[in-house]
Design a protein around this ligand. Structure first.
Ligand SMILES: [Zn+2]
Length: 115
C-alpha cells in the first residue's frame, strides 16, 4: 500500500497532486506498507549491508519463475527467500502461482542449510 502525504501538515494528497491543498507545501512524504501477505507482481530483492558481514547481513528475495515441472505448475511459481546471517536462519517458500499453495517450505539454521 502506498500513501502520499504532505510533509508539512500530513494532509493526504490525491494521486498526482504536486501542491498540498491545505498548506500549499510542495514537500511530500511517502508511506509504504509491506505486509506478510503481500504478493509481489514483480521480482523484488532487498539486501541489508552491515559492516563486518560479507556481502550482506540480511537478504530477501521474492521472484516469479517458471517451474521445472510445467505440467504440475503451468503458471510457474513464486519463490520467497530470506537469508539472515545475523540470526543465522535460512527461509525459503515456493508458492504455486495458479493455486497459491505452498509447494516447498524451509525454515532452518543457516549453518545446517546446504544448497
Ligand atoms: Zn500541507
Amino acid at each position: 500500500m502506498k500513501e502520499i502525504l504532505c510533509k508539512k501538515c500530513e494532509t493526504k494528497l490525491p494521486n498526482g497532486n504536486s501542491v498540498c491543498p491545505n498548506c500549499g507545501s510542495k514537500s511530500k512524504l511517502y508511506k509504504v506498507t509491506i505486509t506478510d501477505s503481500a504478493i509481489f507482481t514483480e521480482n523484488f530483492g532487498i539486501k541489508q549491508k552491515v559492516k563486518g558481514f560479507k556481502n550482506f547481513m540480511v537478504e530477501f528475495i521474492s521472484r516469479h519463475k517458471s517451474s521445472g515441472d510445467m505440467k504440475k505448475y503451468p503458471e510457474g511459481v513464486i519463490e520467497e527467500r530470506r537469508i539472515d546471517k545475523k540470526n543465522k536462519t535460512y527461509y525459503q517458500k515456493v508458492i504455486d502461482k495458479k493455486t497459491g499453495k505452498v509447494t516447498h517450505f524451509e525454515n532452518e539454521s543457516l549453518l545446517k542449510h546446504k544448497d
